[in-house]
Ligand binder design. Structure first.
Ligand code: MG
Ligand code: MG
Ligand code: MG
Length: 306
């Protein structure tokens, strides 16, 4: 059996990857054996981060053996986790999401805080354990916070995230504004992804009462540019709805410069979206001014109106 494995959610984002690496480092500094892994391909933003900071990507895994010891970061819902998670021994969770369908057979260490990023909690864990944050670790933490809070512009951002960034800037030697914008922009270069890849890049499965839904999100600096691919994206979404027997699929194209989103919504339960946002979909699409956070501004609205 492998030593304790640390991983974030499927369709990994920058926080999920950086949190796994940062947690591996913390465990080692505390004298424990653990290894960061990932559950999917890196997105371009995360690739940019790892290249810039000079850190290797964690190894990819697809499933785990029964009884494998694991540490979960940046997620807790089993539907977003590794195959066979039901039979793992979950030792620890560090997360900043709602807790949903979570069950273990043994006691565990569970740390959840409603902050903007898992790395903000990890930053605090380093402090609490008197573990020094080195330059690379600081860069990874800062990148994750910038990613999850869209450079501190998302409503998910808290004072703790801001405070962490301030100190991490000093340790990493990176300028948050400048580096952050380059990093976010690197993630918006989606031209060579197929429509199928686009809708899977950052996609969360969620249940809305008895309905099953997916909410996917991509970042862009130009909504109109992405909407040129609307037809092929719709085709992919329709196939995915069919394949996974979904009631609703929301695809959010988020403008990271102006902090708005354009959504493409399909599925027989599209009325949940229309009720929730008080908007009629026109040609399966709608504009949501000021909406950038799936977690705070989209998922709760769907959940309340299902
Ligand atoms: Mg995440
Ligand atoms: Mg996160
Ligand atoms: Mg995200």
């Amino acid at each position: 059996m492998e030593k304790t494995l640390i991983f974030g959610h499927k369709s990994p984002d920058t926080d999920t990857i950086c949190s796994a690496i940062v947690m591996e480092n913390l465990q080692k500094k505390l004298g424990k054996e653990a290894k960061a892994v990932r559950l999917g391909n890196l997105n371009k933003e995360t690739e940019y981060v790892l290249n810039h900071i000079g850190v290797d990507a964690p190894e990819m895994i697809n499933e785990i053996e029964d009884g494998q010891e694991v540490i979960l970061v940046d997620h807790n819902e089993f539907s977003q986790s590794v195959k066979n998670i039901e039979n793992a021994k979950i030792k620890m969770v560090v997360d900043h999401h709602r807790i949903c369908d979570f069950q273990t057979s043994e006691p565990l260490y569970y740390r959840a805080e409603p902050v903007g990023c898992t790395c903000t909690i990890l930053y605090k864990l380093y402090k609490e354990n008197n573990v020094e944050i080195d330059k690379k670790i600081a860069g990874l933490m800062m990148s994750a916070i910038i990613s999850d809070t869209l450079l501190l512009k998302s409503p998910t951002k808290t004072q703790e995230d801001e405070k962490a960034i301030e100190e991490l800037e000093k340790i990493s030697g990176l300028k948050a504004q400048e580096y952050g914008l380059d990093m976010l922009k690197a993630g918006t270069d989606l031209s060579d992804f197929t429509a199928n890849e686009l809708i899977a890049l950052d996609c969360k499965v969620c249940s809305l009462k008895d309905k099953s839904a997916k909410v996917a999100q991509v970042n862009t600096a130009d909504i109109a540019d992405m909407m040129k691919r609307k037809e092929e994206i719709e085709e992919s979404i329709k196939n995915d709805i069919e394949k996974d027997n979904l009631d609703l699929f929301v695809f959010a194209i988020t403008d990271i410069i102006n902090s708005n989103s354009q959504v493409i919504v399909l599925g027989k339960s599209s009325d949940i979206f229309e009720r929730g946002f008080g908007k009629k979909l026109e040609d399966n699409t709608a504009f949501l001014p000021g909406v950038v956070s799936r977690k705070k501004q989209i998922l709760p609205v769907l959940q309340e109106n299902a």
